[in-house]
Write a new protein. Structure first.
Lengths: 307, 462, 308
């Protein structure tokens, strides 16, 4: 299995050229991270310090108030929660649905196989803006009458007997993410599944396993590295979405963190440290996911994404 | 190798656990409401039981009925008031209303101001739409009224006595074909706000004429200060300059006719506006790189004492630092041609009910409160805008507010604002034109031709 | 690398199993993606305002209007958007790819501190566009941004500092640069993984044969990296067509439309100017651009598939 762990180099003395390369990389990385480091420092400063001395000055004063402040008063924790409520089901849905079709596309020959596959591949490069208006209309027209139970449970809509639509529901946002991400995911997973040796499946078939059993018990576990790889990518894509939430949600209690940050900027206009603190908290989940899954990330994607 | 799937399953399980936990956390906020409802139900049920001790079945039935009566029916209120001062007022008002009406609590959503201006399109078409929304009076509301997106509220006006309590002008701007659709709740004046201490230091008196303004720019620029700050990232701040120059040169009537598409943008009178505007660039009046800043960011130089003036609505006071609040005053936009009647920008904001509202009854109640003397007084105290309700105690007004009212009362004609007086599309093209002009003032003719082409297309359709 | 084999088939009877697998995702895909694409095509030929129940069919008028606006004295918003989208695409599939590949090669030599460099360069990728826009707005801030502070340090005349996002010529490059900043680390990581699959023996053999490093790169490494390059380009195209967020937050398409991209223009037309038909037509143009890539890419994929 591929991993980003380099083979441990034998530490002989480095040549001058190599030292220069290290020096270059060091400087490059530092400069590269400068904006990010600046943001981290800003999050610990006070607005007065910044307005007097500028963003990029040496801090005269360090404070920790910005983080709790952003989380409580700015409601970042709430927005973060919403982001999870949207991202996690969307991610799971994408993976499950994509792996279903990926399995069929990779392992079965049937009429329309290639056509469907190409449709998904083409979809990966579709600019989502083209869907903006119709999906808004669609969400607005997919409604359930008198959906009290459903409304309470799935959509978290508090009023009774009202017409409940996909518009302004978590589900509406989740659905478009699932559908939109399916193309890329199916594409990667299908190629990944093709690389699984067929003998394993044949053996299972002889043992009397049905198709679903083969998919679930044999193919899926073997595809996990690929799934982990696309998951990291999909997680960042879905988590960082801004426009779908803006168009498909109107209730502030459901806004994900990207929207919340935009509101934070309005709320605290020039209190940059607070806004930055909120932004950094909002970034944390993607950071965690990346570092947790990074091992699988690269290997899985290249093994499956390209053949 | 073997650890790979195991580890991943663990991480996935952790994430799923996280997901599973969330709904519980959500209900925490909701729970408060739920418990309250339950207790109410209980007390009522007790009373019912005391009255009639008949069959058990009946008690159950009444219980169900009672539950329906105390059912919570919230009012959904979406607003663009994302700026701190406005937000604080609105939250206070909403809290006051929700406390007084536990059965009809307000679900208040505040969306980033600039995002709201576009997202409202989705809100209004949605079913159900939010019940109550913030918006601008005048043409920007008129568009939605014409499309049947706004619920008529003549009955609320009647019931609440607003027809008597509000100046006629406010009713007129909320009315289409005899039906009232809008509740104006606050208005404010535009003027050039300035740092009194800087003016004093350089011996500048508030300019009353064009030449004085240019002279002030030259003095301040010579001293290494920014004479006038402005942030044009969201474009509309520049439109204020167009409004005032056009009104001061060509009079407010011509300005309004132009806004309504009745006058041509290639008219030499419009060109004169831009030529006059160029004089400000020549005198180095404006801050460099204005397009890099939002209107709030452009307040910073004023706060820091680097800039002296800012043509803005009264709301510019919101982000002004507390320490320098008493060093800020304002003066009327200088007179250019004394023979021309005086026009002023004085935009009005307010609320309306969406035609698709799920709870129009609750919405009307909330609106009733929003236009009430109580809410209006709170608005004046918290937000410092001017009230629309006649009954608000005028002793509440600060000297600055008094001066603002006087400024507007003196005007021969009061208009709303560029992007409120013309159509949304014309406003978009117009403000783009102004930005192109700001970038390259030599392009006036090309810009005006483009605006004229847009005008013919937009107003020709109707 | 692919060990794929021909799927084993059960030829005795028609196997219905794959359809059970294919159908649920396909239905969702058709309803949410394929259907809407066609609906947008339809909308682009109407004058719908987004509210009125009826829209009039006006054929290609919207497209005529868009393309007719090209070439006027002042570039129209559409002209800027089209140009910016193309520039963005071209820059995005070349510059970050080259830099990412270069870094990957540097970081594939077992130098000390490699891991730290990789993490540091990759970090921006996990930031949301909102955060990136925020950070770079300060970098570019003409009055207090670090860029201008650095320029001052090097003796740049104070009254002639660039306005960055406020400068009509510079703004779009400034935005693309911020976007590339996010992209490079990601591309680097993909190439690092790809380089692991280049057998060292091959390189050694070439070295023995007297190939220069330059030849070794172009003759051996680069061709072997072709699969990675493909996916890098796919992701670059996807991300550059998603440029909406960054522009929306950093400049709103300004100053004077100079940073407008088709996605923002579409949004403004539909949701600000209430011209849903025109907005849909703009989206179709954007689709047209991506179609070029879709076709090239599909063709490539098809070539691969036909080998089976």
């Amino acid at each position: 299995m591929a991993s980003i762990n380099p083979p441990k180099p034998e530490r002989k003395g480095l040549t001058t050229g190599q030292w220069l390369m290290v020096l270059f990389l060091l400087v490059f990385t530092l400069v590269y991270m400068l904006p990010f480091l600046g943001a981290i420092v800003t999050a610990f400063r006070t607005p007065d310090d910044i307005s007097l001395n500028g963003f990029w000055s040496i801090p005269r004063e360090i404070t920790f108030r910005n983080f709790p402040e952003a989380i409580q008063r700015g409601g970042v924790s709430r927005f973060l929660l919403n982001s999870f409520i949207i991202t996690i089901p969307a991610l799971i849905g994408t993976i499950i649905l994509s792996s279903l079709s990926a399995y069929a596309l990779a392992r079965h020959r049937f009429a329309g196989n290639k056509f469907i596959y190409f449709m998904y591949v083409a979809g990966t490069m579709l600019p989502f803006q083209i869907l903006l208006l119709p999906v808004f209309l669609l969400s607005n027209n997919l409604c359930v009458q008198e959906a009290y139970e459903l409304g309470q449970f799935v959509l978290n809509v508090p009023f009774v007997d009202a017409k409940v639509c996909l518009y302004n529901s978590y589900l509406g946002v989740i659905m478009i993410h699932i559908a939109f991400q399916m193309g890329f995911c199916t594409f990667v997973l299908r190629n990944f599944m093709r690389s699984i040796p067929g003998e394993i499946m044949d053996a299972a078939r002889i043992d009397g396993a049905n198709e679903f059993g083969i998919y679930w018990r044999i193919v899926m576990p073997l595809t996990l590295p690929g799934i982990a790889a696309v998951s990291t990518l999909e997680f960042t894509w879905i988590f960082n979405d801004y426009i779908w939430a803006l168009i498909l949600l109107s209730d502030g209690r459901k806004f994900p963190v990207t929207q919340g940050l935009s509101g934070l900027q309005g709320q605290f206009t020039t209190d940059w440290p607070l806004i930055t603190a909120g932004a950094l908290v909002a970034t944390l989940p993607t950071l965690v996911v990346f570092f947790a899954l990074q091992r699988y990330f690269i290997g899985g994607l290249t093994l499956g994404g390209v053949k | 190798m073997k650890k790979t799937p195991l580890y991943f399953t663990f991480v996935l399980a952790l994430l799923m656990l996280l997901a599973a936990c969330q709904p519980q956390v959500i209900t925490e906020t909701v729970e408060v409401e739920v418990t309250r409802v339950v207790t109410e139900t209980e007390t009522v049920v007790e009373e019912v039981e005391v009255v009639k001790e008949v069959e058990v079945e009946k008690v159950v039935e009444t219980e169900v009925e009672v539950e329906k009566i105390v059912e919570v029916n919230p009012v959904v209120f979406n607003s663009y008031s994302s700026d701190p001062v406005v937000r604080a007022f609105e939250e206070k008002m909403v809290a006051a209303y929700s406390d007084a009406n536990p059965n009809s609590p307000v679900q208040h959503t505040i969306v980033n101001h600039e995002d709201f201006k576009q997202a409202i399109r989705a809100y209004l078409v949605a079913e159900p739409a939010p019940d109550v929304l913030t918006w601008f009076a005048g043409n920007r509301a008129r568009f939605f009224i014409d499309k049947g997106q706004i619920l008529p509220i003549s009955d609320v006006w009647e019931e609440e006595g607003w027809n008597e309590d509000f100046p006629k002008g406010f009713r007129a701007m909320s009315e289409v074909d005899g039906e009232v659709y809008f509740l104006p709740t606050s208005w404010y004046w535009w003027a050039i706000f300035y740092r009194t201490d800087i003016f004093e230091e350089y011996g500048i008196t508030p300019p009353e004429t064009w030449d004085e303004l240019i002279a002030a720019c030259e003095t301040l620029d010579g001293a290494g200060l920014i004479p006038i700050t402005i942030g044009t990232k969201f474009r509309w701040t520049a439109a204020a300059w167009f409004d005032y120059l056009n009104m001061r040169i060509n009079g407010p009537q011509f300005h309004i006719d132009l806004m309504l598409g009745k006058e041509s943008y290639t008219d030499p009178r419009v060109k004169e506006v831009f030529v006059k505007w160029t004089e400000l660039f020549d005198a180095n009046c404006f801050i460099d790189d204005a397009a890099a800043y939002s209107w709030q960011e452009a307040v910073d130089p004023l706060n820091q004492g680097d800039a002296a003036m800012y043509l803005m609505g009264q709301f510019v006071m919101d982000p002004i630092a507390d320490e320098i609040e008493d060093k800020i005053d304002f003066f009327q936009f200088p007179i250019i041609d004394p023979s021309v009647p005086i026009g002023e920008d004085a935009p009005t904001d307010g609320f309306f009910i969406a035609a698709n509202a799920a709870n129009p009854e609750g919405a009307k109640e909330l609106l009733g409160y929003m236009g009430s003397l109580e809410a209006q007084t709170l608005m004046v105290e918290e937000m410092g805008r001017l009230p629309t309700h006649n009954g608000v105690d005028s002793s509440l007004f600060t000297p600055q507010q008094q001066k603002g009212i006087e400024l507007i009362n003196k005007a021969d004609m009061v208009v709303q604002f560029f992007d409120r007086d013309t159509t949304p599309e014309m406003a978009d093209v117009g403000m783009n034109g102004m930005m192109a002009f700001w970038d390259d003032p030599t392009q006036i003719d090309a810009i005006l031709e483009e605006l004229e082409a847009a005008r013919l297309e937009i107003f020709g359709e109707e | 690398m692919a060990i794929a084999e021909k799927p084993k088939l059960n030829k005795q009877k028609v196997n219905r199993a794959p359809y059970y697998f294919i159908l649920p995702p396909l239905v969702i895909y058709l309803v949410w993606i394929i259907g809407p694409v066609f609906y947008t095509f339809y909308l682009s030929m109407t004058d719908w305002d987004g509210i009125s129940p009826n829209a009039e069919f006006i054929g290609l008028e919207n497209f005529q209007k868009l393309f007719g606006s090209i070439g006027s004295v002042l570039p129209s918003a559409f002209e800027y958007s089209l140009y910016n989208n193309l520039v963005w695409l071209l820059v995005f599939i070349t510059v970050p790819t080259a830099i990412g590949l270069g870094l990957a090669i540097l970081l594939n030599q077992g130098l000390p501190g490699e891991r730290l460099f990789k993490v540091g360069i990759f970090l921006p990728q996990v930031l949301s566009f909102a955060v990136i826009a925020l950070i770079w707005s300060w970098v570019y801030n003409p009055r207090a941004g670090i860029l201008n502070e650095i320029l001052l340090m090097f003796g740049w005349p104070e009254d002639n500092l660039p306005g960055w996002l406020a400068d009509k010529q510079l703004a779009i490059w400034a935005v693309i640069f911020a976007a590339a900043w996010r992209q490079i680390g990601y591309i680097m990581i993909l190439y690092v993984a790809g380089l692991k699959n280049v057998p060292p023996t091959l390189m050694e053999a070439a070295e023995v044969d007297g190939a220069t490093p330059w030849q070794r790169f172009w003759r051996i490494t680069f061709p072997l990296l072709a699969p990675v390059t493909t996916i890098v380009i796919v992701i670059s195209v996807i991300d550059s067509l998603r440029s909406f967020d960054l522009v929306q937050i950093m400049t709103r398409g300004g100053p004077a439309n100079s940073t407008s991209v088709l996605a923002n223009l579409m949004y403004i037309q539909a949701f600000n100017n209430y011209k849903f038909g025109l907005g849909a037509a703009t989206a179709v143009v954007l689709f047209g651009i991506s179609l070029v890539f879709i076709i090239v890419y599909l063709w490539r994929v098809m070539q691969d598939e036909l080998e089976y």
